[in-house]
Design a protein around this ligand. Structure first.
Ligand code: AQP
Length: 333
């Protein structure tokens, strides 16, 4: 008998390319946590993606473990969800190569992230940076995912994943589930506090632009107090007020308040009061995460046991899809 109670599958990943940011948290990780009861969730640290930008080996090793503990500290329950490390599961690199052969040069050339990152790392525009979306498509398609919780910046890569999967299915039959992006209503695009026209990023060179999950309260408060605003001196969401809009987005995402409620709350008050309130709300949101992280990072053996267990399950699930793909293409098994 068909199992009609089968839960939908959720897949998402994050690069351990630095300390996890408030943007990563509000845009993606918070949804990862919220989806754990309703879906079969599979999450990964996308360390293979990380080397599209040059990494210092010791820092990379530290970042991987830190990111693993930080994501767990956000509330990923390893008894409910599978949380593995991408490079430990060889099917990802293998399917990425295959999908590269089913992805067009023109499609990859149109990716905004490729254009942005090539401009930022003009001395290292490597082939991996260009084919990043085929690796990401493979990550998702290996698990036959229904939903992919990501921030708005990843929408274009999800669309490409759907195109690649549809093309492949058109050639070989129903091999891949066509996944959907799952983008939060609030917090999908958190911008830099210093340059509100560019997104908050782990690798931002201006440390004041980015709030990290593990920043101590006084650092968070200082960053919000220095946040770029405007000369209007009025808390309202409007075109051209990018800095204030961004702060309102963050405050709304953390407190659940609408823009109208925020405008009413700060009517007649200056930006100083507003920035303090945003900073305090973020400090309280992140406090339990930092405390839990401090405990987890001390227990390396426990972290290792968690990802080894998850790596094995991920390998088992993803191998099924990879075998099917290879058989359909004509490889001798
Ligand atoms: N500023 C953001 N606002 C909302 N969501 C965001 N995400 C990233 N930045 C924001 C979401 O976080 C998830 C993990 O992102 P990633 O690590 O895979 O890659 P990224 O988008 O390149 O993140 P960063 O922080 O900008 O890293 P670097 O500096 O290394 O490039 C994704 O779901 C993403 O949408």
């Amino acid at each position: 008998m068909e199992n009609t109670d089968k839960k939908q599958v959720v897949f998402s990943a994050i690069q351990p390319s630095g300390t996890i940011t408030l943007g990563n948290y509000l845009g993606a990780v918070r949804n990862w946590v919220a989806m754990q009861n309703e879906y079969d969730c599979i999450y990964a640290l996308a360390d293979l993606h990380t080397i599209t930008v040059r990494q210092e080996p010791a820092a990379m090793r530290r970042n991987i473990l830190d990111a693993y503990a930080s994501i767990m500290a956000c509330g990923i329950d390893v008894e409910k969800s599978i949380f593995f490390i991408q490079s430990h599961v060889h099917t990802h690199a293998e399917l990425a190569w295959i999908l590269n052969c089913y992805t067009q040069f023109g499609e990859l050339s149109r990716m905004t992230q490729f254009k942005d990152k090539s401009a930022k790392h003009a001395d290292n525009i490597n082939a991996g940076l260009f084919t990043y979306p085929s690796l990401m498509a493979g990550d998702i398609l290996l698990y036959q995912a229904d939903k992919v919780p990501v921030g708005a910046d990843q929408q274009q890569h999800i669309e490409l994943t759907r195109d690649i999967a549809t093309r492949f299915n058109g050639l070989y039959g129903n091999v891949f589930k066509i996944p959907e992006g799952f983008i939060p209503k609030n917090g999908a695009r958190v911008m830099s506090l210093q340059n509100p026209l560019s997104k908050m990023s782990k690798s931002d060179e201006n440390v004041n632009g980015c709030v990290h999950l593990l920043d101590p309260p006084e650092v968070i408060m200082k960053k919000f107090k220095r946040a770029v605003t405007d000369s209007d001196a009025c808390v309202r969401y409007a075109e051209g007020k990018d800095g204030v809009n961004n702060l309102m987005t963050i405050y709304g995402a953390v407190t659940g308040k609408s823009y109208e409620q925020i405008e009413t709350e700060f009517a007649g008050k200056g930006y100083g009061d507003f920035k303090t309130a945003v900073g305090e709300a973020v400090v309280e949101e992140l406090r339990p995460i930092r405390e839990r992280y401090e405990q987890l990072i001390k227990d390396k053996a426990y972290l290792e046991s968690c990802y080894h267990k998850a790596d094995e399950i991920a390998l088992k699930i993803s191998s099924r899809t990879l075998s099917k793909v290879m058989k359909k293409i004509g490889f001798v098994r």
